[in-house]
Design a protein around this ligand. Structure first.
Ligand code: FES
Length: 131
């Protein structure tokens, strides 16, 4: 009787350890693959462009005193923002609007637009966005 209990306990302990090890391995490989996906996207824009707002693919480039690169996807449900009116970035789907720092002015969106780090090369007039 006692040995049956012990063997069951041994089995459960071993199975638990194996499942834990497999989960840790899977989690580690997921973290590694996500880290590999961090890349840089180079886009060519004219840094002499005097427009305040440039819509470029998935990005909104704000040209104020300093450049700012925002995601063009609304933080409410992900519609693509492609309109700049009266100093606001307007989402076409449910009416959210954002200021030029990406902060929500009007909902339903409550989170700011995602900001991206970038670097510029004045010789080639390119903007490199870290994604
Ligand atoms: S997706 Fe932009 S307001 Fe809903």
């Amino acid at each position: 009787m006692k040995s049956g209990k012990n063997s069951r306990r041994y089995f459960l302990k071993t199975a638990g350890s194996l499942i834990g090890a497999v989960c840790l391995g899977l989690w580690g490989s997921m973290v590694n693959s996500q880290q590999k996906n961090i890349s840089k996207k180079t886009i060519s824009i004219s840094l002499n462009d005097n427009r305040t707002v440039l819509f470029h693919d998935d990005y909104i480039i704000i040209n104020k005193e300093q450049l700012l690169v925002l995601s063009s996807y609304c933080t409410h449900l992900g519609c693509k923002i492609q309109t700049f009116e009266d100093g606001e970035l307007i989402c076409p789907c449910h009416g959210s609007s954002f200021d030029l720092d990406g902060n929500p002015i009007k909902g339903p969106a409550i989170k700011p637009l995602k900001k991206f780090e970038y670097s510029t090369n004045m010789e080639t007039k390119t903007l490199t966005i870290k994604i």
